[in-house]
Write a protein that binds this ligand. Structure first.
Ligand code: SAM
Length: 172
């Protein structure tokens, strides 16, 4: 039985735009992307909704949901979607990944690399390939309208069934 954890101080980190662009090229075109921890202010929602093809047609259909709308990720699921993309709360990350894996659909979730030191990701991905989109630099998140410059950890997109190979080193 997995343990539930209380809300943590790092749960409201907002992802900066520059950390989202490197992921866009790996997302299959014309699919429906669900951003489950997001509002219209989210840079995931803004950037992914803005992508167009050479005919100026939207590259993705973007759906978003958030706990503040009563859409708890552990209970809510949109009727139709193809890929999850977002930055889940760092608290309860094991449960967020467990639920993401349960859908058997591709995902990319931004997460601290410190998590790789825990046993949880090794157990969760023992029989399923974890894919990592890693960055040379640290992502500095926005918290309460202020962008940190001293983020004490590096981050990667922890993915499943999305990247062309298991580890990709990227830059922004
Ligand atoms: C790390 S923040 C990411 C915010 C934003 N999407 C971004 O990256 O810019 C995670 C967000 O998920 C929300 N959240 C927490 N628990 C949730 C749940 N069970 N279901 C949906 N959203 C949740 C938090 O309130 C927080 O706003």
């Amino acid at each position: 039985m997995l343990k539930e954890y209380s809300k943590g101080a790092n749960d409201e980190y907002k992802t900066p735009k520059y950390a989202i662009y490197p992921l866009v090229n790996f997302l299959p075109k014309y699919k429906t992307i669900w951003c489950p921890f997001d509002t219209p202010e989210s840079n995931f929602v803004k950037i992914l909704s803005d992508q167009t093809d050479k005919h100026q047609q939207p590259l993705f259909k973007v759906l978003f949901s958030h706990i503040k709308y009563g859409q708890d990720f552990f209970k809510y699921e949109p009727p139709e979607w193809d890929i999850i993309v977002s930055n889940p709360p760092f608290t309860k990350k094991r449960l967020f990944f467990e639920r993401s894996l349960s859908f058997q659909k591709p995902f990319a979730l931004l997460m601290t690399n410190q998590w790789l030191q825990d046993s949880a990701p090794k157990k969760l991905f023992r029989d399923r390939d974890l894919q990592l989109l890693m960055f040379e630099k640290r992502v500095h998140y926005e918290q309460n309208g202020v962008t940190r410059k001293d983020t004490p950890f590096s981050s990667s997109y922890f993915c499943w069934n999305l990247l062309p190979k298991q580890i990709i080193m990227s830059r922004f």
